[in-house]
Design a protein around this ligand. Sequence first.
Ligand code: NAD
Ligand code: UDP
Ligand code: UDP
Length: 343
Amino acid sequence: EQLALWRTDENKPGRYPPVKRLPPNERLRILVTGGAGFVGSNLVDRLMTMGHEVTVLDNLFTGRKKNVAHWLGHPNFNFVIGDVVHPIMLEVDQIYHLACPASPPHYQYNPIKTIKTSVEGTLNMLGLAKRVNARMLLASTSEIYGDPEIHPQVESYWGNVNTIGPRACYDEGKRVAETMMYSYQRQVGVDVRVARIFNTFGPRMHPNDGRVVSNFIIQALQDKDITVYGDGSQTRSFQFVDDLVGGLISLMNGNYTLPVNLGNPDEYTIAHFATAIKRLVNSNSNIVALPATTDDPHKRKPDITVARTKIGWEPAVPVEQGLVKTIEYFKKELDEYGGEIVP
Ligand code: NAD
Ligand code: UDP
Ligand code: UDP
């Protein structure tokens, strides 16, 4: 009786964000590993709203329960705290495999664990996909191109990665994860999709994430020094997370099975980015130069011809518009935190 009461209460209209009612034959059971993280939780919101049944598997290393708290208790939502390096038995139709720390300070904090997460974690998800005949999408990365010698990067480029540098645990982990995806496809027929994600930003980035957008915004909001690593001439192309989520869903549900770049081709120097964020925040920060980091790629920009032609996707949100939303989010985070944040 207690339980029945609790359930009724939890299911009151307005208790959850609205979700579409899908007929049972259209409602998929979807596993999102890393679903409590930045990209994962934004993806979960979209899949839940579409009316699917979503299971998040996350060890909360860099993810936060509060990113999915608004779905806890919803009949379509399941939250499993667990680590992808351990085998798990579930019954699902699709797997979005995102579990992996993604920012350089996080993936370099415990490089051995990062490698295990990519290798053993992806192996387990492939074993699961094989067993239950699920379609599986790997969140790969532009980092597999390393410090690229061709510009912009096309999917047919094989990359330029230092196998023994500090970034290798992440880059090489994702490279072997891609290799495993296509081995399972060829050998046992697993239905695979591979997204090579370029730099992404937006709400739910962790305040201590350490990536450039969160660092610069948090520094600017607190009038602290904006830290440019190196001379700031290195470039990146930044996409807003809502665009990426749309791309992941289009890729998963399309017929194209080779790797696809998902990113915004608008390319900026990091120095330009520092100035733009300072202006948007209306900050009094100084922009200061710190030493460059090891193996920092000099330039990065996606060629998205494949995404445009094969899955009908391209980014729609201009960078400045995305930055304004992200600045709002970090303002709230700072208020909630009630103190200073050192990124
Ligand atoms: P994030 O750190 O916010 O999210 C990663 C999530 O995975 C977190 O919730 C974390 O707790 C979880 N996780 C980590 N190790 C795990 C493990 N062993 N078992 C279970 N859960 C684990 O990072 P993000 O930016 O949301 O990145 C998500 C995915 O997208 C990652 O695979 C990343 O490599 C990829 N990606 C992101 C970007 C980007 O710019 N954000 C770019 C390229 C690729
Ligand atoms: N696996 C899993 N869940 C499943 C099926 C498999 O976690 O539902 C794991 C399994 O424990 C193994 C990995 O996925 O570590 C690869 O599975 P596969 O069947 O390909 O290999 P095998 O078990 O034959 O070594
Ligand atoms: N960067 C910077 N200051 C910071 C954080 C990052 O200048 O506080 C630079 C970093 O050296 C790199 C770029 O911004 O050239 C993007 O770094 P990020 O860690 O966001 O992503 P990635 O290197 O993985 O593209």
